[in-house]
Design a protein around this ligand. Structure first.
Ligand SMILES: Cc1ncc(COP(=O)(O)O)c(C=O)c1O
Length: 422
């Protein structure tokens, strides 16, 4: 059976790689007149240090990574538990691909839902202890579809100013009125909601762990405010699934707020090392969503192999709790080290695996990232539109695969280059 459990297997050989690289290299045809404005816009992005180019990765994600041909210690992935390159996920995916084929071939409603998908939905519901879960091809698709299914014109959404782009886009697509509250400012949120005269439905939406700056939402306060104002409370656990809670289901579990959270969204693409998104909740809600969530109805299910890999990661979460325990312990240790080296109290009680080093300007963030790369450390610069102008940063993403020595080296390197970069 042609499966590829490890990189030495000949089934993994990519014989087309050279052809692809040579056809894709450097060709630049002139822009048609109708698109000529693009050149000017690209030049503008370039002068403002906002031009982005994907780096080419060779091989798997892991403690270290090969990017554009250079091996660097990897502080730039969301593979928090080291499962993205884990041979057990690869084997699970290969097995499912061998039995169910690679492509799903249709949307879930038509014929795209395989046994691997169904099993994963059950695994997620069990992990989150909800009635049911439904899968989406990405976390982005799950957020956009869920928000625009829940609310519409005449409704109101309260959204944290630092929510992820997929939540923002869902708010926009819904055509509901959107009130943005300052980051984690509960008093402001309360004032905004108290001022609302009429709204058919209200929705409060937040990341649980904020993707770019690593802060945590005050889920208990938000749940209380939602309850007081009879609002639906939706939490995006993208960076918390797999990392927080005794079972590893997320920050809702860790903070004991499941009863006050009505809609839990997550992704399988980060700590679970696979791909796809999910929404979990009461079965009637899931059933309703399957009639309203447009990216679920009108999009092909993601490949069964991807679902099987995610199920495998959920099993491993239960067998290997030490990965998330170690990750969070090391994250706290690293942040404390940074707090003392940079004399910055903001990090003294840090408690997530995402540690931002604020650089303000895009130029400074790019410069710092380059200086760290010179020391063999990959820490990406995060610039607008991922963060607001003036709030650029380098984002340290920690993984259970990092060693204590990796973290000490990074802390010392950040200290050494920060003065001259940020
Ligand atoms: C907070 C948050 N929500 C949702 C997503 C989207 O998840 P996915 O990558 O599975 O589309 C991301 C991804 O970056 C994220 O950071």
């Amino acid at each position: 059976m042609p499966c590829c459990p490890d990189q030495s297997s000949s089934a993994c050989d990519d014989t087309s790689r050279e052809i692809r690289v040579s056809t894709a290299s450097g060709s630049r045809s002139p822009l048609p007149l109708a698109l000529a404005w693009i050149e000017e816009e690209l030049n503008d992005l370039s002068t403002r240090d906002l031009l982005r180019k994907p780096k080419l990765r060779t091989g798997r994600q892991g403690r270290s990574v090969v990017l554009d041909g250079r091996t660097l210690v990897n502080f730039g992935s969301n593979d928090y538990l080291g499962y993205a390159g884990d041979v057990r996920l690869i084997k699970a995916a290969s097995k499912a691909a061998c039995s169910e084929g690679f492509g799903a071939g249709a949307s879930p409603l038509v014929s795209g839902q395989s046994q691997a998908h169904r099993k994963l939905e059950e695994d997620i519901a069990l992990l989150l202890q909800t009635d049911r879960a439904i899968l989406f091809s990405s976390g982005y698709a799950a957020n956009v579809a869920t928000i625009s299914a829940l609310v519409g014109p005449g409704d109101l959404i309260a959204s944290d100013e630092r929510n992820h782009a997929s939540l923002i886009d869902g708010c926009r697509l819904s055509n509901a009125e959107v009130l943005i509250y300052p980051h984690r400012d509960m008093a402001h949120l309360e004032t905004l909601l108290s001022g609302v005269k009429t709204a058919r439905r209200k929705l409060i939406v937040t990341d649980s762990v904020f993707s770019m700056d690593g802060t945590r939402a005050a889920l208990d306060d938000l749940a209380a405010i939602a309850s007081k104002h009879r609002a639906i409370f939706m939490v995006d656990e993208a960076h918390a699934t797999g990392v927080y809670g005794l079972r590893g289901s997320g920050l809702v579990e860790a903070t004991g707020t499941a009863d006050g959270v009505h809609v839990r969204v997550g992704t399988l693409s980060k700590a679970l090392g696979s791909a796809g998104g999910f929404v979990a909740g009461p079965s009637q809600f899931m059933e309703w969503l399957s009639h309203k969530a447009r990216s679920w109805i009108f999009s092909t299910a993601h490949p069964p192999a991807v679902a099987a890999a995610a199920s495998c990661a959920i099993q491993l979460l239960q067998r290997e709790p030490s990965r998330r325990i170690d990750l969070l312990a090391r994250s706290r240790e690293f942040a404390r080290r940074i707090a003392s080296l940079l004399h910055d109290d903001a990090f003294a009680a840090w408690d997530t695996q995402i540690v931002p080093i604020i650089c303000h300007t895009a130029h400074a963030a790019v410069n710092m990232s380059l200086r760290l790369a010179e020391k063999g450390l990959y820490v990406p610069a995060i610039r607008p539109p991922s963060v607001p102008h003036g709030k650029s940063l380098v984002r340290v993403s920690l993984s259970s695969q990092h060693t204590t020595e990796d973290l000490e080296n990074l802390a010392l390197a950040v200290h050494a280059v920060r003065g001259s970069s940020c």
